[in-house]
Design a protein around this ligand. Structure first.
Ligand code: FCB
Length: 447
């Protein structure tokens, strides 16, 4: 039987603002996502994360469900504004919440994997300029250092940033995520400061000499294909790849920004003078693993109306409820490229999954066969990649439960556990039951 090794990690992931709720509890103060979601036009139907899955008050029960599913590891993020609700003002109650969560997990032999920043910058930091202000790097460092001191040893995997592309570009160039700016230069400054802060925090982490605890970063990567062989489309695909993938991979793993993109960006926004001598060394500080969030591929064409002269094209494959193509073979292209062009570091798929329009049956079941097939197809690709010598060490399904899907509010369900937002009832979908059986045998030959 084709089996994954026992030490291959099968986990699942969430993020603080998407599930916790308890927005004003335990001394928490607002983050940029509280502010952003409270402006009606920003999020579907004016949804906010005020209550979300009420996980802040239900973490014990939620860990029981994780245990029932039998995951090896649970990836969650820490809400910075629970730990430092005000600048320089540490909140022990915030730490207590996460310490309890970690204890619950460890009691059930579920390994905690922690994301330090999953987009919910404290509003106080934004009021001082946010990630555009270079000082923010040091506020982040102080927060991370405090967290390492409090429970560094209890966490096996630390992720400095989740998807710096989204935090910078979606939040500051496209304006569809918090803080809602629409300015390419701002976005590039934010991206740079996020990357520098990653390197600085990795260096800080090393000082703790924590055994059995590793650190890395998570990037959202999307293999990019030109819609045709026409030179202008091929060029557009190269730019799109530079914008989404290489702008982050190259500095982290090669120690420099991609030259073609520097030239392009400088034409658009002027000299990138926010890159200070020594920054690239810091960004490229050795880390222990690379986390990859993979959802779909991108097909690109030349678009004279867009600032960067590329635009997305609708692909022909079957789509999820997000309108994203289900394209497991592209994950294979992506993993192979990372292995060949970038790094031999251990890789983790830190997110992969799909939203579908789930229906609860009269007997309280959710038959989400499409999601099961989606997951299976991606696990199959991982298996092949490992067979070919790929250094892939784990897979985190997005998501443990349905949650606040950013600008889509609660309209998109990614969970393997269904959440009834009126009653907060949780229902294990068929995918959760499938994942449970799969994890037991660690083989796709289960059914
Ligand atoms: C990723 C985010 C995650 C979730 C999924 C669907 O970009 O990291 O929080 O929203 O997409």
């Amino acid at each position: 039987m084709n089996k994954f090794k026992d030490d291959f990690i099968f986990g699942t992931a969430t993020a603080s603002y998407q599930i916790e709720g308890g927005a004003s509890d335990g001394g928490r103060m607002p983050s940029i996502w509280d502010t952003f979601s409270k402006k009606e036009e920003n999020v579907f139907m004016g949804h906010t994360g005020d209550i979300a899955c009420d996980h802040y008050h239900r973490s014990k029960e939620d860990v029981k469900i994780l245990d029932e599913i039998g995951v090896d590891s649970y990836r969650f993020s820490i809400s910075w504004s629970r730990i430092f609700p005000y600048k320089d003002k540490f909140n022990p109650e915030g730490i207590k919440f996460y310490k309890n969560l970690i204890k619950e997990l460890k009691d059930k032999k579920i390994t905690p994997a922690v994301t330090l920043y999953h987009w919910d910058l404290p509003q106080w930091a934004q009021d001082l300029g946010g990630w555009e202000n270079r000082e923010c790097i040091y506020w982040f460092k102080d927060y991370c250092t405090k967290v390492f001191k409090e429970f560094g040893q209890d966490v096996s995997m630390w992720i400095t940033h989740n998807e710096p592309f989204c935090a910078s570009i979606l939040g500051n160039y496209l304006g569809i995520h918090a803080p809602g700016n629409k300015d390419l230069k701002k976005a590039l400054i934010v991206a740079h400061h996020l990357l520098v802060s990653h390197g600085i925090v990795v260096r800080e982490f090393r000082k703790f000499k924590l055994e059995n605890s590793s650190i890395g970063i998570t990037l959202n990567l999307s293999p990019t294909y030109a819609v045709s062989n026409k030179q202008e489309d091929v060029m557009a695909a190269k730019i799109s790849d530079g914008y989404t993938n290489r702008w982050f991979l190259d500095p982290l793993l090669k120690g420099h920004y991609p030259k073609d993109m520097v030239d392009l960006y400088e034409k658009e926004v002027g000299v990138l003078d926010f890159i200070v001598d020594g920054d690239l060394n810091i960004i490229a500080t050795d880390m222990d693993f690379l986390g990859i969030n993979y959802y779909t591929r991108s097909i690109v064409q030349y678009d004279e109306h867009s600032q960067l002269k590329f635009g997305g094209v609708d692909g022909e494959k079957e789509k999820t409820a997000m309108g994203w193509e289900n394209s497991p073979e592209s994950m294979r292209d992506l993993l192979t490229r990372i292995k060949e062009e970038y790094t031999k570091l251990p890789l983790y798929i830190t997110e992969n999954g799909a939203a579908y329009d789930d229906v609860v049956t009269e007997d309280n079941k959710v038959h989400d066969i499409d999601r099961i097939n989606f997951i299976k197809a991606h696990i199959q690709v991982m298996q092949e990649f490992i067979k070919e010598g790929g250094n892939l060490k784990g897979y985190y399904l997005w998501s443990f439960m349905d949650n606040f899907e950013w600008a889509y509010g609660y309209s998109k369900r990614f969970g393997m556990v269904y959440v009834n937002y009126n009653t907060q009832e949780r229902i294990m979908k068929d995918s959760a039951i499938w994942y449970k059986n799969f994890i037991k045998v660690r083989s796709l030959e289960v059914d």
